[in-house]
Design a protein around this ligand. Structure first.
Ligand SMILES: [Zn+2]
Length: 62
């Protein structure tokens, strides 16, 4: 999912958080786990929500 144009990409544990603009130019915030067998990813309306999801992600593949 990080083939989209992300900015302010950070990493929290195995999870990357990045900010992007959706098709309508609105700011969205994505969290995606980099562990190969996990597959967790989600979009959020706020950066804080995305970072919280990254911090609280319990990775089954770690
Ligand atoms: Zn994970």
């Amino acid at each position: 999912m990080f083939n989209r144009r992300f900015r302010q990409v950070i990493r929290i544990g195995p999870v990357q958080v990045g900010t992007f603009y959706d098709g309508r130019g609105r700011e969205r915030h994505a969290a995606a786990c980099t562990a190969p067998r996990c597959g967790f990813s989600a979009d959020f309306a706020s950066r804080a929500a995305a970072e919280l999801a990254a911090r609280t992600h319990r990775c089954p593949a770690r």
